[in-house]
Design a protein around this ligand. Structure first.
Ligand code: ZN
Length: 240
């Protein structure tokens, strides 16, 4: 596994997605423009909402960026090993272009290939949406991880509390996601400790969001018109 500065990691990420046909776009302002739904930009997805909702982006339908974010929703948790207030999110965005198949394959390649981050494969675990009235069980993501070579024992289905994104404010796109966790090497907190457990053993490093609906209409959309995204937080996983 490579030891990188945050500057090197940013550049590597942008280089990787540029090599997959993505246009590199600049970070948007921390103060959202023309958007009354939130006070600050809280996620990489947020400034791109109009484009994820169907507006054409001048740079094309494959975008990558490093977005500055401020988050206050989980401010009580700042100070542990994984929560920050100000941070940057690395993102790759498909505006009605590729979907789960490519998005998952590229997340895997970037994280595990020696040419990129080279994280040992057995250090990674995955969660997928278990399904409910709003969206079906995400077996497509599960099966794609298995195709990548992930052992099924490293994949967990979890409910909306864990595997659902958005909307950023009261309105906007939302949908199920699949998340990637890094095993920090801490001892398991119990027999049921696995990806998604909040004891600190498993650190979320990446989130692939599948757009399935929009609030307030909440109407499911076909996968061909959906957009997917991935973000990785720049932070160092330090075993105790
Ligand atoms: Zn645990």
């Amino acid at each position: 596994m490579r030891n990188l500065s945050s500057r090197e990691l940013r550049q590597l990420y942008l280089d990787f997605f540029r090599s997959k046909g993505h246009a590199v776009i600049p970070s948007a302002s921390l103060i959202p423009e023309n958007d009354p739904t939130v006070l600050f930009t809280t996620a990489g997805m947020h400034p791109l909402v109009p484009y994820l909702m169907g507006q054409k982006h001048p740079a094309g339908n494959r975008l990558t960026d490093v977005q500055k974010c401020v988050r206050t929703g989980d401010i009580d948790e700042v100070g542990d090993t994984s929560h920050c207030t100000f941070f940057e999110m690395l993102g790759n965005w498909s505006l009605g272009d590729y979907f789960k198949k490519e998005s998952i394959a590229w997340s895997w390649e970037f994280l595990t290939d020696e040419k990129w981050l080279g994280i040992p494969k057995d250090k990674l675990s995955f969660t997928c949406f278990e399904g409910d009235a709003d969206a079906p069980r995400d077996t497509i993501s599960h099966d794609r991880w298995v195709e990548m070579g992930v052992d099924p024992s490293h994949i967990v289905y979890l409910p909306k509390k864990h595997n659902w994104w958005g909307p950023a404010g009261l309105t906007g796109p939302c949908g199920p996601d699949t998340e990637i966790f890094y095993d920090t090497g801490r001892p398991a907190c119990g027999p049921d400790c696995k990806a998604g457990c909040d004891c600190g053993k498993y650190l979320e490093i990446w989130n692939n969001v599948w757009r399935a609906c929009s609030i307030p209409t909440h109407s499911p959309e076909s996968s061909s018109s959906s957009a997917s995204s991935a973000t990785i937080l720049i932070r160092k996983a330090t075993p105790r």
